[in-house]
Ligand binder design. Sequence first.
Ligand code: 1GP
Length: 252
Amino acid sequence: MPTNNLYNGLLQARKQGQKKFAVLIDPDKTDPEHLLRVIQVSRQSETDYFLVGGSMLLSQTLAECVTVIKSLSDIPVILFPGSPLQICDGADALLLLSVISSRNAELLIGQHVTAAPALRASRLEIISTGYLLIDGGTHTTVAYVSQSMPIPAGSIETAVCTAMAGELLGLRSLYLEAGSGARMPVSTALVRGVREHTQVPLFVGGGIRTAEQATELCRAGADVIVAGTATEESTETISTLAAAVHAAAWVH
Ligand code: 1GP
């Protein structure tokens, strides 16, 4: 029977105002040498989670990537699947993403139906997650693949109502996503709005590159900061972002 350890850890951190940092690893965008370096720097900087997955994976290296990470570190691995094909029992948990900002039935419930038997049979801890795509100033792969329009960056009410609906439907976490490589991350005003109206753990990702951005997003109410592109470009960014996130513990 899968445990609830990872989710309970998120709840506890949120309650205590601690902030978590996750490095997103897209198996297509890393080679063995780079992966080893990412793992090494992540361990040194006490990165809290690895998220593994991508909107669209070309290579068949997901399972191998997870195996390498697990063999070299104790950092929990959370699958961040772009499709039901990205399920792998070697990981610790899986964010079961429902793209609640879209009206694309396949990504709201269709693919979940397809994946349900495999998820049930797996040992993965499943964390149902309301995934909100927010306009980050660029056309992103996730918008194309999900065939959905992002919520306009300035439409805070729409994002807040969508997040509230996701929570009311029973989704156990929320993810505000500007898209990989976004020009601008989700705004602090939007994060603050969602935080004020919801209770579940809040992930924020897409276009986060600097310590200042990470700090501000944490102060606005993000519980977990996710970074991918910036860490692919420079592994040193992992240390910078992890330090900023961990220093942004929030008393509220
Ligand atoms: C995770 O898609 C993001 O939410 C990652 O975005 O690659 O821009 O960091 P970046």
